[in-house]
Design a protein around this ligand. Structure first.
Ligand code: PMP
Length: 427
């Protein structure tokens, strides 16, 4: 049996500290809704491996699809055409609204947001050289590459970037919790305060729910944002790297708002397994660059594409999007029930489908209580329920996001462990 502790020490020694942020399990294998370590210890996974395994871990159809591709030797880069990439591109475009008729296959979520920013700026500048500002939302997460980090996060956390790049501005996300006022007026007011006019704006990028806490914007806000973008030739991008492929109880999370974006960033649950990401969007936007001017060596590699095709087939065949909505309601009711019991420590519980965020706060100051959130996650870990480390504002939001295949009994089991762990953490 491999020595888990020795490997964990080795990770700490040879990899950056930043990597060491999750419960100390050395994953040996994962199956369905469970994760196992090398000693046979088993965890019920309420993390989906950080929102990746939408159809569960190691689905045999996905494994087989990837193996078939490997056995045929289809492990080359995007540069040469593959049937697998062609099939996947058509499959996703066919599922999308008709205006989103092109897809650019990449590898990571950060690449998609980075590329979306570039496409917005190129589009904007083709209208007017001063049309180059990208508007995003405070506390958003769009990835870890440079442009993605300029677009995301809290402004005060970005000092390391150095010279403030005025092409990126951030406005409050209307979550009703950190930003109490949820009307679109706040968006326009913030721009006016910054002396930004709509004709300077090339694009607005918004997570379909703000990932740190699973917060959705009000429908009316997003409809008005769509109108605002239409009226001023501004591109609207939804970042669904985390929220797509059924996670919220809709295939695409933007469906909750009744609007169609100009581009959507996809990732994680697109394959439930191997690295793959994509930008889905209008052809006039995606076709702005000439042949060879938008590349990524491993983007859309055939093995990942085969996994994604199988993943989407499973989502549809097994009605997992509808199930996420149905079983998600049961999960939400259970979480609310627990949080009502411990209401002194709860800021808010929110989410949809198979993703929820619980803000843990100090009972007196009502400020984020990161230590308690972490302790709850740790207690869950000891009791066999896997959550990832708290995220969001103040690092005090516990995310609950099981694979979409989870059943009622497994949800009930997880809820029970969560409640016991909460209790243990506060006594
Ligand atoms: N956007 C969102 C909304 C995300 O949640 C993430 C990943 N957590 C990213 C972008 C970046 O994706 P990646 O880590 O694959 O670069």
């Amino acid at each position: 049996v491999p020595d888990s502790l020795a490997y964990l020490d080795q990770i700490a020694k040879f990899q950056p500290i930043a990597v060491d942020c999750q419960p100390p399990i050395l994953w040996d294998h994962a199956q369905g809704v469970h994760v196992f370590d090398p000693y046979g210890n088993k965890w019920l996974d309420f993390s989906s491996g950080v929102l990746v395994a939408n159809v569960g871990h190691s689905h045999p159809q996905i494994q087989q699809a990837a193996v078939n591709e490997i056995e045929r030797g289809n492990m080359f880069s995007y540069c040469f055409p593959s049937a697998t990439g062609a099939i996947l591109a058509k499959k996703i475009v066919d599922l999308a609204p008709s205006t989103l008729n092109k897809i650019f296959l990449l590898t990571t979520g950060s690449e998609t947001t980075e590329c979306a920013i570039k496409l917005c700026k190129t589009y904007g500048q083709s209208i007017d050289p001063n049309k180059k500002i990208i508007v995003t939302f405070i506390n958003a997460f769009h990835g870890r590459t440079m442009g993605a980090q300029m677009a995301g996060g809290a402004p005060q956390a970005k000092k390391w970037i150095g010279t403030i790049n005025t092409d990126f501005i951030q406005v409050p996300f209307p979550d009703g919790y950190h930003c109490k006022e949820r009307s679109f007026h706040v968006f326009e007011k913030t721009l006016a305060e910054m002396n930004i006019t709509p004709k300077q704006i090339a694009g607005v990028m918004m997570e379909s729910y703000q990932g740190g806490g699973a917060s959705f914007a009000p429908e009316e806000y997003v409809r008005k944002l769509r109108d605002f973008c239409d009226n001023h030739d501004i591109l609207l991008v939804f970042d669904e790297v985390q929220s797509g492929f059924g996670r919220t109880g809709k295939l695409f999370a933007f469906e909750h708002y009744g609007v169609i974006p100009d581009m959507v960033c996809l990732g994680k649950g697109i394959s439930s397994s191997l690295p793959l990401a994509a930008i889905l969007g209008r052809s006039d936007i995606l076709d702005q660059y000439g042949p060879g001017d938008m590349t990524s060596t491993h983007g859309g590699n055939p093995v990942s594409c085969a996994a994604a095709i199988a993943n989407i087939d499973i989502l549809i065949r097994e009605n997992l999007v509808e199930k996420a909505d149905e079983i998600g309601r049961f999960l939400f009711t259970g979480l609310k029930h627990i949080c009502d019991k411990y209401s002194l420590f709860i800021g808010e519980v929110r989410g949809r489908g198979m993703v929820y965020g619980i803000d843990i706060i100090h009972d007196e100051t009502k400020e984020p209580y990161a230590d308690l959130a972490f302790q709850i996650v740790q207690e869950c870990f000891y009791q066999g329920l896997l959550l990832f480390a708290p995220v969001g504002y103040g690092g005090a939001t516990i995310k609950i996001c099981p694979p979409l295949i989870i059943n009622d009994l497994q949800v009930a089991e997880g809820l029970q462990v969560f409640e016991e762990s909460f209790h243990r953490a506060i006594i």
